[in-house]
Design a binder for this molecule. Structure first.
Ligand SMILES: [Zn+2]
Length: 100
């Protein structure tokens, strides 16, 4: 488990953000995003509406690697920002359940 107060220094943060920018410009990312599906809610969006999201945020020890970045719609992205990690997990769980 990653401790909440992980020791991510400014230099790491800067480095990972730069890596994220490179990934965002890569052919890999363009392919990844081209189906227009949000990783979290699985809804279809215009490609331009999908942003790059780190599953584990950099500040919490996540890295800008292909395994940790996913396309996310603006609604999921902003929810992820203001919800506590535990609330976010609960939200993701409701998304995984079939709608009745
Ligand atoms: Zn979404």
């Amino acid at each position: 488990m990653q401790h909440f107060f992980s020791s991510v220094d400014d230099e790491t943060l800067k480095k990972e953000k730069a890596k994220a920018r490179l990934l965002r410009d890569s052919a890999w990312w363009k392919r990844r995003r081209s189906d227009g599906i949000c990783y979290y809610c699985k809804s279809q969006f215009k490609v331009a509406e999908l942003t790059m999201d780190h599953i584990v945020p950099i500040v919490r020890g996540g890295r800008s690697t292909k395994g940790n970045v996913v396309p996310a719609c603006k609604a999921c992205n902003s929810k992820k920002k203001y919800l506590l990690p535990v609330e976010w997990e609960a939200y993701i769980e409701t998304l995984g359940k079939p709608l009745e």
